[in-house]
Ligand binder design. Structure first.
Ligand code: SF4
Length: 387
C-alpha cells in the first residue's frame, strides 16, 4: 500500500523531578523502576499501532512531563523503534521537551545521534524569584548552561517556553525576561499566559484573585487585565523587532522555524499519541488512552476511549484550531475536506464577526483581526454547530 497520508507522532513521558505549583498536566515524580516498566509498555503500544503501512511520519514530538528526566538510552531506543515501525520522512521534525538542569553534554549528544533535531526548553521566566514562586527546579543560570550546551552539541532549532501574567509580575519585569531570552537568539518562542487551574497549589492561593480580576477589580497578586494586555503587546513588539513573527496566538518564530508538529495539529493533520493519557486523531476518530498508570501498564492502551467525530464536529475543530494560526483557515481547504463551502456552513457567523471587526477575509483565507485575537475565545464559540 502506498504511504500517502501524513502522520504526526506524539510520545508522552509523564515524569518530572517535582511538580510545579501551577501544573495540572498529567505528570508526576517517579522511580527509575516505574520509568523502565512504563517504557516497555510504551514500546508495546507503538508496536501495536495498526496502520503503520498507511502513513508517512512527518513529525515526532516527545512531550510531557519532562522527557529529559529519562536516561538518554530510552529516547534512543524509542526512536529506533519508531524508525523500524514507521516510514519516518528523512526531513522529519523530531522535537524533545527538556527542562534546564536535566541534561548534560552526553545526553544532548545522544539525542542528536538518535535524530532529535529540535529542542524545546521550558524556561518560563528569567527571574529567579518568579521561578521559585512557580516551583520550578531551575534558575536562570541553569537555563544558560543548558542552552549553551545544546548549541555546542549542534542544536540549531531551539524553542524556549515562557509564561506571562505571573503573580507579582509587571510589564517591565516581563520585558526583562523577554530581553534576556532574546540575547540568546533562539529560533522559536512560545509565550503563554499563566492559567490558574483547579486542583493545583496555585488555585488555592490565587483563585480568589482570579475572581477579583474577572469582576474588573484590581487583583492583589496577579497582574490586572490592563497589565496583561500591556505584556501581550510588548511581547509582540519586542519579538517582531528581533525578527520573530507571530504565527499562532502564542507562538513566535524566525522565518522557516515555525513548529511543524504544532502547525500540523492546528491544520488537522492525523496524529497518534502514545503513552499515558495520550490522545490521537486518526481518520476522523478521536481516541484517548487511560490516565491511570496501572491500567495503562496492563495493556490499557488496547482499550482506548473512542469517539467518532460527526462532520459538524470536524468542521468546528477545523475552525477552532485553524483560527489559532495568524494566517487563519483556507476556504479552499474547508471545501475540499467537507464538500461544502465555508460560506454555506458558516456564512452568517462570518458576516457577523467581520462586521464586528473580529474576523477578516482575504485571498481565500479567513483569520482573526488583532481585536479578534484579544477576544478569540468568544469568536471561537460562534463556530459551534452542535449546540
Ligand atoms: S516541568 Fe512541566 S510538566 Fe513537569 S510539573 Fe512542571 S510544568 Fe508540569
Amino acid at each position: 500500500m502506498q504511504k500517502t497520508k501524513d502522520l504526526e507522532i506524539y510520545i508522552h513521558i509523564p515524569f518530572c523531578i517535582k511538580k510545579c505549583s501551577y501544573c495540572d498536566f498529567l505528570s508526576f515524580p517517579s522511580s527509575s523502576k516505574l520509568q523502565e516498566s512504563y517504557l516497555s509498555t510504551l514500546k508495546k503500544e507503538i508496536k501495536a499501532f495498526p496502520y503503520h503501512e498507511e502513513y508517512r511520519v512527518i513529525t515526532v514530538f516527545f512531550g510531557g512531563g519532562t522527557p529529559s528526566v529519562l536516561d538518554a538510552k530510552w529516547i534512543t531506543e524509542i526512536m529506533e523503534l519508531v524508525r523500524s515501525q514507521f516510514h519516518l520522512e528523512p526531513e522529519a521534525e523530531v522535537s524533545l521537551e527538556c527542562n534546564p538542569g536535566t541534561v548534560d553534554a552526553e545526553k544532548l549528544s545522544s539525542y542528536r545521534r538518535a535524530g532529535i533535531n529540535r529542542l524545546s526548553i521550558g524556561l518560563q521566566s528569567a527571574d529567579d524569584r518568579e521561578l521559585g514562586l512557580l516551583g520550578r527546579i531551575h534558575t536562570w543560570k541553569d537555563f544558560e548552561r543548558t542552552y549553551e550546551l545544546a548549541r555546542r552539541e549542534g542544536f540549531d532549532n531551539i524553542n524556549i517556553d515562557l509564561m506571562s501574567a505571573l503573580p507579582g509580575q509587571t510589564p517591565d519585569s516581563w520585558e526583562q525576561t523577554i530581553r534576556c531570552v532574546l540575547e540568546k537568539k533562539p529560533e522559536h518562542i512560545s509565550a503563554y499566559s499563566l492559567i490558574i487551574e483547579e486542583g493545583t497549589p496555585f488555585y488555592h492561593r490565587y483563585a480568589e484573585d482570579v475572581k477579583r480580576r474577572d469582576r474588573g477589580e484590581q487583583p492583589e497578586y496577579l497582574p490586572s487585565e490592563e497589565e496583561e494586555r500591556r505584556m501581550y503587546v510588548r511581547t509582540e513588539t519586542l519579538l517582531a523587532e528581533a525578527g520573530m513573527h507571530r504565527y499562532e496566538i502564542s507562538n513566535y518564530a524566525l522565518p522557516g522555524y515555525e513548529c511543524r508538529h504544532n502547525k500540523g495539529y492546528w491544520q488537522g493533520t492525523d496524529y497518534v499519541g502514545f503513552g499515558l493519557g495520550a490522545s490521537s486523531l486518526l481518520r476522523g476518530v478521536r481516541c484517548q488512552n487511560t490516565e491511570k498508570m496501572e491500567a495503562y501498564q496492563n495493556d490499557g492502551f488496547l482499550n482506548k476511549k473512542r469517539e467518532i467525530l460527526s462532520v459538524e464536529e470536524q468542521m468546528e475543530e477545523f475552525m477552532f484550531l485553524g483560527l489559532r494560526m495568524i494566517r487563519g483557515v483556507s476556504m479552499a481547504d474547508f471545501a475540499r475536506r467537507f464538500g461544502k463551502s465555508m460560506d454555506e456552513v458558516y456564512g452568517d457567523v462570518l458576516k457577523r464577526q467581520m462586521e464586528l471587526g473580529l474576523l477578516q477575509k482575504k485571498e481565500g483565507q479567513v483569520y482573526l483581526t488583532p481585536r479578534g485575537i484579544d477576544l478569540s475565545n468568544c469568536v471561537m464559540a460562534e463556530f459551534l454547530l452542535s449546540v
